[in-house]
Design a protein around this ligand. Structure first.
Ligand SMILES: [Zn+2]
Length: 457
């Protein structure tokens, strides 16, 4: 169908793209202190873009860490207010030699209808759809809600300062619903909406053996090797059914109902294609659950990094003093991040043999989050997607985590609606992150409908 704003968007297509590319050129890596100035520069650009796109007010606001950007376009106090949340920070770009970036992560490459760059899908390309949707609504006189923007700069490092920021600015951020585009849909042919995200507990475990690196010939065989010990501890985390073995790990999980599992099973899924796309011969996962369930309704543990000893060129016969691993658990509704983190830390201390010492500490965490599909916000999003995609979206549980969700709901007392336009194949957090131009434009076309239906709802 011809949307009322389609012509305006078509005429401005190239500029909408150019503006997104300009944002992608700024290396706003929140994890690295050397990019502190890039972070601020990016926040300033976002502020200016909000103003240029129709906001009456936009500010770069300080937090204890990287700044957040706030903007607003308020049209009528009697109309509902939508708070758009997104993040302008991106993940680091380090990659393994076997899977390198094929182009500069901060010089966007357009190939086959896709933009390759760090942050293209997560989340610059996605939050910017809302900025261009705002411009569209302002320019085509189709605004039916008040719109506020909160674009933060610390999502990729766990939003450590945003909870306090939100608590201190409750009035400023007051709204009727929170709208987030920072997730994926199943495919363009099978649009879906996330109804929840998993929580996270992230820890680091350092195992120390001898008080210094040793000669592996002189001491090997007599002194415990911390790499071997750490590997054994990690290997013991799953049993033969790939069930997590930590006592109490599943205690608080609310099992999904048979009805929900049946609904999930309706989502199109082709195991052969899934494996081919990943280049694996066999999948792996907890017995008794489908792939979709393993990444949605079940908690998991993954090792995110492991190092120790000599990893340089050639050989060096060393029996290292230390080995370290970064380990994270994804959590599902009713599990508590603080409690689970304590459980993980305790477990590693408990299973450590006496021949090493273990130092384990927390990195960050986040609570799981669920949004009800009968809410006004979800219904408006579903109707918007149905209008532009021609299909009712399938509700799915997202596997990732957005730690700020539970905090936003707690502090502001309103529900979150996830309207992600990315694809799982967008290589989020990996080399060659990309965002399809079709998805970008489709998002900009769909978002105004959300506002329209939410105002009507
Ligand atoms: Zn993100």
């Amino acid at each position: 169908m011809q949307t009322p704003w389609k012509d305006y968007q078509k005429q401005n297509e190239q500029r909408f793209l150019d503006e997104m590319l300009e944002l992608l050129r700024i290396p706003s890596i929140s994890a690295k202190s050397e990019h502190k100035e890039d972070m601020r520069r990016c926040a300033e650009v976002v502020r200016q873009r909000l103003l240029d796109s129709g906001c009456d007010k936009a500010e770069v606001m300080e937090t204890a860490g990287h700044p957040a950007v706030y903007g607003e376009k308020l049209i009528d106090a009697s109309k509902p207010t939508v708070l758009v949340y997104g993040h302008y920070d991106v993940q680091p770009t380090e990659s393994d030699a076997s899977n390198p970036w094929l182009s500069d992560p901060f010089e966007p490459l357009i190939k086959d209808g896709k933009v390759y760059a760090r942050g293209s899908a997560d989340d610059k390309g996605q939050f910017y759809m809302h900025v261009k949707a705002l411009e569209t609504m302002v320019k085509t006189a189709s605004m039916e809600t008040n719109i506020k923007f909160l674009i933060e700069g610390e999502e990729e490092v766990g939003s450590p300062n945003l909870g306090k920021f939100v608590a201190e600015h409750k009035d400023l951020l007051k709204a009727d619903v929170i709208l987030i585009s920072d997730s994926s849909m199943l495919s363009m042919e099978n649009p879906s909406l996330d109804v929840g995200v998993r929580g996270l507990s992230y820890i680091e475990v350092e195992v120390t053996g001898a008080n210094r690196d040793l000669h592996s010939g002189t001491y090997g065989g007599a002194v415990a090797n911390p790499i071997t010990i750490l590997c054994k501890m990690i290997a013991s985390l799953h049993d033969e059914n790939n069930h997590v073995t930590i006592p109490g790990f599943y205690n608080d999980v609310v099992e999904a109902t048979r009805e929900e599992r049946e609904l999930m099973a309706k989502a199109p899924y082709n195991e052969g294609e899934y494996k081919d796309e990943l280049g694996v011969k066999e999948l792996w996962g907890e017995g008794g659950y489908t792939t979709n369930e393993r990444t949605g309704i079940r908690p998991t543990i993954e090792v995110n990094g492991i190092w120790g000893g000599y990893t340089g060129e050639g050989a060096k016969t060393v029996l290292p003093s230390k080995a370290t691993a970064k380990i994270s658990a994804r959590l599902v509704p009713n599990q508590n991040s603080g409690k689970m983190t304590d459980m993980l830390l305790e477990h590693f201390k408990k299973i450590a043999p006496a021949n090493v010492t273990v130092h384990a500490f927390e990195h960050h965490g986040g609570e799981p989050y669920m949004t009800p599909i009968d809410s006004k916000g979800y219904q408006a999003a579903a109707k918007a997607v149905q209008t532009t995609f021609g299909k009712i979206p399938i509700p799915v549980r997202g596997g990732g985590s957005i730690p700020i969700c539970s905090i936003l709901e707690k502090e502001l007392g309103i529900k979150i609606v996830f309207m992600g336009f990315g694809l799982d194949s967008d290589n989020l957090h990996s080399p060659n992150e990309k965002y399809n131009l079709e998805n970008y434009y489709k998002g900009i076309e769909t978002i105004p409908y959300f506002h329209k239906f939410f105002a009507q709802g």
